[in-house]
Design a protein around this ligand. Structure first.
Ligand SMILES: Nc1ncnc2c1ncn2[C@@H]1O[C@H](COP(=O)(O)OP(=O)(O)OP(=O)(O)O)[C@@H](O)[C@H]1O
Length: 325
């Protein structure tokens, strides 16, 4: 289990006025400022959970992950990652962690992927049989064999991300920290990476903390959302409860044949829209979709296409981020 209690981390930065004058003044007067990147953060993550750790730019997400990995030392509070304190047991902790930071590589830039993996195999003392099984799985699910002999620096963004994720899982970690794993990837690679991450969580029960700005990543992967802003937790709960922050009504879009709009009971009154042969209906929480469909069918309307949309996650996120002071 991951336990984080009243975690705090601040940074001191020097502000300098612009230009030469500013540079000269700063030689005599230091204009120091404290940034409370993580002000008061507490949460628990159970083994095998998949948590979306989200928040606007500068909210404190990466700082939290750096604290969990032991890269940064907290100013206050406590952390336990499966029984280890990352600041005190950094080496032991790293054996149970897989970490992917979108911008940074854990591979050797000038070596082929294969040699980077060989080095990791030695560092983590991975059994040869386990290693072979791992490589087979990564080839099947991520297709890493295709670029296994290529130098890391020559990989495309998508290939590099696949190699990074595979490398982070080579030693069978209990926990995986993913920071923006799908940023900049094309639709197909994104899907492949998402599916792979989902399998790792569901089948290997790896506990995953995912940091992302991609709404589809959250929608597809996270079961629970922890939202941080200004270094404090603003929401911690299930994806469905998070979605409901933006309202509980669902929308049904219907494309139909013919010109006549059927008369519907008031609880299914169409939303205003201009396009012909198209109905957009709001369904209140608890109202049955079945009932709507039987009402429409008995009205004789010929349905060409129908879409059911849950409350919009992107809208909720925009709303919460927009409330920032
Ligand atoms: N090493 C550092 N020195 C000074 N300030 C820092 C340092 N690292 C982070 N900060 C500041 O701490 C705050 C939180 O940064 P952090 O990187 O944790 O945010 P984030 O939520 O990961 O943002 P993003 O989504 O943009 O990656 C920001 O104001 C950032 O400028």
């Amino acid at each position: 289990m991951i336990q984080v209690k009243n975690l705090q981390k601040s940074f001191q930065i020097s502000r300098r006025n612009p230009g030469l004058k500013g540079a000269i003044i700063s030689l005599f007067h230091s204009n120091k400022e404290i940034i409370h990147a993580v002000e008061d953060v507490s949460f628990e993550v159970q083994p095998g959970e998949f948590v979306g750790y989200i928040g606007p730019n500068g909210a404190g997400k990466s700082t939290t992950i750096k604290l969990l990995t032991g890269v940064l030392i907290p100013d206050g509070g406590s952390i336990s990652v499966f029984g280890l304190d990352p600041a005190k047991d950094r080496r032991e902790n790293s054996k149970q962690l897989g970490v992917v930071f979108g911008q940074k590589t854990q591979l050797w830039w000038d070596l082929p992927v294969e040699e980077s993996f060989d080095l990791l195999k030695s560092i983590y003392k991975i059994d040869i049989k386990d290693y072979k099984n791992r490589m087979e799985m990564f080839s099947d699910l991520l297709g890493i064999r295709e670029f296994f002999h290529q130098q890391v620096r020559k990989l495309s963004l998508g290939q590099r991300m696949k190699a990074e994720i595979a490398a982070s899982l080579l030693h069978f970690p209990k926990v995986l920290f993913l920071d923006e794993p799908t940023i900049g990837l094309d639709v197909l690679v994104k899907e492949k990476v998402r599916e792979f991450i989902r399998i790792i969580n569901q089948e290997e029960k790896v506990t995953i903390l995912l940091t992302t700005h991609d709404v589809q990543d959250i929608e597809y992967l996270a079961k629970r959302i922890i939202l941080i802003d200004h270094g404090k937790i603003r929401f911690d709960g299930g994806l469905d409860s998070f979605r409901k922050l933006g309202g509980t009504d669902s929308i049904v879009e219907i494309q139909y044949k013919g010109d006549e709009i059927p008369s519907l009971p008031p609880e299914f009154s169409p939303l205003k829209n201009g396009s012909p042969n198209h109905l957009s209906l709001m369904i209140k929480e608890g109202e049955s979709l079945n009932r709507l469909l039987s009402v429409i069918q008995s009205s004789g309307l010929e349905i060409m296409d129908i879409q059911y949309k849950k409350p919009d996650l992107a809208k909720v996120i925009k709303q919460i981020y927009g409330e920032r002071s």
